[in-house]
Each structure stands twice: as C-alpha cells, then as structure tokens.
Design a protein. Sequence first.
Length: 317
Amino acid sequence: MFEDSLELLFHKVCANLLVCCCFTGIGFMVNPGAIQVVLSAPISGEESPKRMVLVLLIGFFLVFPALAIAATQVLHLKGALAIASLLICVMPGGPNSAVFATVMGGKPEINAVTTTVSSCLSIILVPLLCTEVVSLGMHGLNLHIDRPDLILSCAEVTICMAAGMWLRGRYGGSDYIAEGLSPPYLVMLCTMMTIAAFSFLTLARCLAGFGIFASGLLVGGALGWTAGANSSQMISMSLELAFHDMPLAYVIAANSFKGSKALQVDVLDSMIVIAWAYTMCAFLIALGYRCANGSWASPKGGEVENCKAAACLYGAV
C-alpha cells in the first residue's frame, strides 16, 4: 500500500509538471493571426483548412470515442488497460502532431490550430466524454472519476495555455517547431519516453498503443478523403488523430481517479506505455521516409514527395 501511495504521488507530480510545460509551450506557439486566417476561410472552398479543422474536431469528440467503445467491447478489454485506452481515445489533439507533420511534409498549421481549438473545447467536452465513455471501463471496479477534480484538471490546461499566450504576446514566439529543429527534438522526445516507459512495458500495452495509432491514421485519412483534402492535408489530419493529448489524459488519471490506488497506478503505467508505443510508431515511419528520400534532415518536398509520405504512413498500417 505504501509503495502504491509513493508511486501515485510520483505520477501526480510528473503529470502536473508535464501539463504545465506542454500547455504553456502550446500557448506560446499559438498565433492568433494564424488561427483567424484558418477559421475565417470559407468552409466550402477547395481544400479549405477550416473544413479540415472542423472535420478533425468531429473525429476527436465523436468518431474516435465511438470507435473506442466498440473496440473495447469487441476485444473484451478489461481493467486498467481498458480504462487507459478509453481515456486516451477521448482526448483532444496532442502537441507533437505538428512536429511530425513538419517532418513528414504535412500542413503543421492545421495541426497547430486543431490542437489549440480542441484543447480549449476540452474543458467542456472532456468531462462529459470521461463521464459517459471512460466510466464504462470502470464498471464493477473499485475506481471512479471525481467530477470536480476532473474539471479542475481540464481548467489547469486552459490556464497553462493562457499563460503561454501571454508569454508569446510579451516576448514573441514561433507558430511551431521549425523544420531544422524537428529531427533533434523528436530524437530527444523518443529517448526520454523510452526511458520512462521501459519499466512498464508489456505486450498488451504496446499493442494498445499500436492500435490507437493505426486507427488514428486510418480514420484521419478517411475523414480527409471525405473532406476533399490534398495529400499534405491528409498527412496532417492522419497524424493529428493518431496523436491524442497524453499529458491531459495523464493528469486526469492522476488527479481525478479515486478508489483503488493499485488500479490507478496500473492505469497510469499503461498510459505511459501506450503513448510511447504510438510515438515510436510515428518516429520510425518518419525516419524511414526521410532516410529513403535523402536524409533525416532534408527539407520538405513538393506534392509528389508529400504523396510518398502519405503512402508511407498508410502502408505502415
């Protein structure tokens, strides 16, 4: 019991620090002018970025939660793995999708805008989805969601984003990580995540992460095709739906889950491995594509290269 309490305290500290760093960073990269350009574009225009963002929001808050419920029932997932998978699947866009989109020749502005808007909506929609979807995985278990703490966790995200936007307004900032900085950033990210996840690795947790990543790519591609996206936009849409907001899910599980501490720790450990698995999938695909088309640090190409990147993403699935 003492070890569970100590590990849970460690998770709580890490989760809140991670959220503060990630969402302050997201807020720092938010360009209100860029958001206005995307959202003010006509929705009926050819390859309209506004239409792509709206379709992605539907994917995050309607399509993916429904698929998560169906997959949990079909695969008979139980316990901590089911709870962790459901929680990640109801999250908004993750902060690293724009980085991978930059490396793979996508449209990172679509990822940046979608992540920002979906994160702002999360304070309203995530508590509702957690209550209706994640609670299904807790049925019959000594674990439940404390709604006030859940809302506070989502509010923490909004406060950190607002702080980042204030810092940007005061000191300036960039819209997303530049092309030249993306490769070393991703190497550092994957190394740190591997160190964090190593002690918790199990085959079931890895498969859950691979499944979420593959589902996100396929659903994002299908939604992009339906919305009339070009190849660059489809890359960004697929990556956006493949990367859910792990920091928000992590802090929700650490702060708002109540009941068995051992089960709560198991959920948190599962989430770390799931996030590691889908991040490594994206990293290896991006690495393979870039090395096959010049070098890891080569610049983005034109439409032909973007078509190759899209084929690489969906071929890996």
